[in-house]
Design a protein around this ligand. Structure first.
Ligand code: XUL
Ligand code: CO
Length: 440
């Protein structure tokens, strides 16, 4: 097999002092952090769509990057060239997982039977590469937003025929995910939402989405899928209102429809910020509800109100993310770089620099989050802040669920007026965060 990225060597760890552009400065796969190698804390994944398919095209212009990998675009030869490029890329970076949409893998044909045949062919080809390299599939999904038929959504479409087409695509994407041993299956409801209530039956649409998910669970379990289904919340874009607005909304939806045993969440940083939350907020909400499944690692731009899908470089945020992940005992899924190089970063080298940046940013985040936990001052502060509920009789009664309003009212009357709660000490805690972040 001819090498595709000829001028790129295998990327290895050289430490923070290295000036080698093609080396990791912080990601040291075998370094033990809190009892586990970095590579186990950080099961990184490559997104097929951004890395192997996207050319940097936007609403104002055609792509800048050449992703032909030496084959004519739109052919099965090209689909295979992408597999070759993807596996070489992952191996050179030590990336152990990939994620895909069905139509990232093959060009969609006019007839679904032919698309499915192509998917069978390409998945055989991918499977052979997986066996040779040990690279694994993190998750698969069906693209139910790109084709014009999904203009009103998939499960939420007003057309029953489109709904059936979505079901067919999910069935095949699940077949391929299971064939490739995927750990998860994602529902990102890109167009599962609406533009105006004037033409929308929200009750029917949301119930139909749940019906489609239930069918996916039933079929997946029937064919031996043991992994987690994920909802990937996002509040808007492409639709104005999307039903899976944020983690709390998605959890409520899953519970309301009895899907919470089979589903977890795939939390994406840039989706969190679009929802007006921080990444760490969404991770915390998922984690405390037992639903932290997987992570789409990227970042947005606070000056732009859309999903810019940038490679993560903000170490404050990656530290806060890893703090949540460590506290939650890790993720069952992984860290998929749902991120693309900027339009002017159009060369093959840029793809590598982007992953080096992302992997180093998360490695630093992991190291700093572990240091925050080992330092213990922040944890101790939080524990003391809520000490009432562990140490006082009345506090313990409240958390045991045995207190009544009458009793608490009598207690309050006896007290006359409560003392002010203790100081929140935000500035002091932030100074600890900085101290740890910038300490060598
Ligand atoms: C879109 C997005 C998707 C999902 C998979 O914003 O994040 O790429 O991750 O469909
Ligand atoms: Co995503």
């Amino acid at each position: 097999m001819e090498e595709i990225f000829k001028n790129i060597p295998v990327v290895s760890y050289e430490g923070a002092a290295s000036k080698n552009k093609l080396a990791f400065k912080y990601y040291d796969a075998n370094r033990i952090v809190l009892g586990k190698p970095m590579s186990e804390h950080l099961p990184f994944a490559m997104a097929w769509w951004h890395n192997l398919c996207a050319t940097g095209a936007d609403m104002f212009g055609v792509g800048t990057a050449d992703k032909s990998f030496g084959a004519p675009i739109g052919t099965m030869e090209h689909a295979k060239a992408k597999v070759d490029a993807g596996f070489e890329f992952m191996q050179k970076l030590g990336i152990r997982y990939f994620c895909f949409h069905d139509v990232d893998l093959v060009p969609e044909a006019a007839d679904i039977k032919e698309t499915n045949r192509r998917l069978d062919e390409i998945s055989d080809y991918i499977l052979a590469k997986m066996k040779q390299t040990g690279v694994k599939c993190l998750w698969g999904t069906a693209n139910m937003f790109g084709n014009p038929r999904y203009m009103n959504g998939a499960g939420s479409s007003n057309s029953a025929d489109v709904f059936c087409f979505a079901a067919a695509q999910i069935k095949k994407a699940l077949d391929i995910t299971v064939k490739l041993g995927g750990k998860g299956y994602v529902f990102w409801g890109g167009r599962e939402g609406y533009e105006t209530l004037l033409n929308t039956d929200v009750a029917l649409e949301t119930e139909n989405i749940a019906r489609l998910m239930k069918m996916a669970v039933d079929y997946g379990r029937k064919i031996g899928f043991k992994g987690d289904f994920y909802i990937e919340p996002k509040p808007k874009e492409p639709m104005k209102h999307q039903y899976d607005f944020d983690a709390a909304t998605a959890i409520g939806f899953l519970r309301a429809h009895g899907l919470d045993k089979d589903f977890k969440l795939n939390i994406e940083a840039n989706h969190a910020t679009l929802a007006g939350h921080t990444f760490e907020h969404e991770l915390r909400i998922a984690a405390i509800n037992g639903m932290l499944g997987s992570i789409d690692a990227n970042q947005g731009d606070m000056l732009l109100g859309w999903d810019t899908d940038e490679f993560p470089y903000d170490v404050y945020t990656s530290t806060k993310c890893m703090y949540e992940v460590l506290k939650a005992g890790g993720v069952s899924g992984g860290f998929n770089f749902d991120a693309k190089t900027r339009r002017p970063s159009y060369t093959a080298e840029d793809m590598f620099y982007a992953f080096i940046l992302g992997m180093d940013t998360f490695a630093l985040g992991l190291l700093k989050a572990a240091a925050l936990i080992e330092d213990g001052r922040i944890d101790k502060f939080v524990e003391q802040r809520y000490a009432d509920y562990k140490t006082t009789e009345i506090g313990k009664k409240i958390t045991s669920g045995k207190a009544t309003l009458e009793e608490l009212s009598a207690y309050a009357e006896k007290l006359g007026a409560p003392a002010l709660p203790c100081s929140g000490r935000q500035e002091y805690l932030q100074s600890i965060f900085n101290e740890i972040l910038f300490k060598n």
